[in-house]
Ligand binder design. Sequence first.
Ligand code: SF4
Ligand code: SF4
Length: 360
Amino acid sequence: MRRLERKDMRAFLDKLASAASLVAPVREDGVVVFRPVSSGEQVVLDYVNPVRSAKELFFPQTEVMFRFLPSPVAGITPVQPDRQTVLFGIRPCDLAALSLLDEVFLGGDYRDACWARRRELTTLVGMACEQPDESSCFCTAFGITPGTADGADIMLYPAGEWLGVEVLTPRGQALLDRVLSDGAVALGEIGPPGAASQAGAGGGAGEAGDRLQQEYLKRPVRLGDRLRVGDLAKELDDRFDDPYWEEASRRCLGCGICTYLCPTCHCFLVTDVPKRDDGVRLRCWDSCQFKDFLLMAGGHNPRPTKKERTRQRFMHKLNYFVHRYGRYLCTGCGRCVQHCPVGLDMATVIADLRGVSEHV
Ligand code: SF4
Ligand code: SF4
């Protein structure tokens, strides 16, 4: 691990912006969101997590998948992104969410070309969480921590006047080499003078970097530490008909905010839009919380009431996905906790299902 002085952070970001298209947290209309930026000055560094997750960089709310020509010159032209991108400041929960969506879009026999292309073109610079939000973050419930770097190409660990910089992949190393190439930004050693030469022997810089990382891996997350899910998936095998779903669903407004903000929700709708000489296939986000989500042409709706729709959302994340992929489909990012207008969020539901009182 190396050391980046905090005072050099803007220059570091400027260099990232000149190396590739840079997407980073910015403040817009009073909230923090990921946006393309052209300089370090635009980037917000005092944020907990952007209100909209990193998934939309790889799976936009609306996208053209391909263009088609009608017969007799029938043909399909895929619309593929081609810009090298750096996503700066992604938190451990959103890194974990991308790896969950990799299971869906890249696992098995079918590869989603749009998702795959954007993943290939994007270098991820993660940011460990200095101060998880007390009342909404609960990543540790799912075994993620404020310092979990899985999936990042480079991970940054804030440490007061400086940040630890850990390179995790060859792609991350290539980006860092470009950023440092002209000497305008330099990384220092962590630890006392001469520590770098001791690193190979397990002392000095290596130990100091490990200590910083360990401190983040063990950092408490108040809500998550109370809600550890353990065997909840197994327990839910027998709770499909639990009266809880009816009771909980009465509060839901069916607005879909929870699913749109969630970094792991991935339902979408595909529509062909023909024009006079050609046409496009569009896909856009959908939500299992919308009343007509499963409505069929003949009028049948397999989930006609809020009870079925609420149950679907939570059972999918806490039971069905675990059976299929061996992992929970929630990373405890806390967005639904912060933004569901009626408090029907994942932390509340886990607390209810586990009988943990007063989760906040
Ligand atoms: S659970 Fe909350 S955010 Fe989700 S659809 Fe219902 S009211 Fe909206
Ligand atoms: S269910 Fe809620 S806490 Fe879990 S990943 Fe989605 S938005 Fe975040």
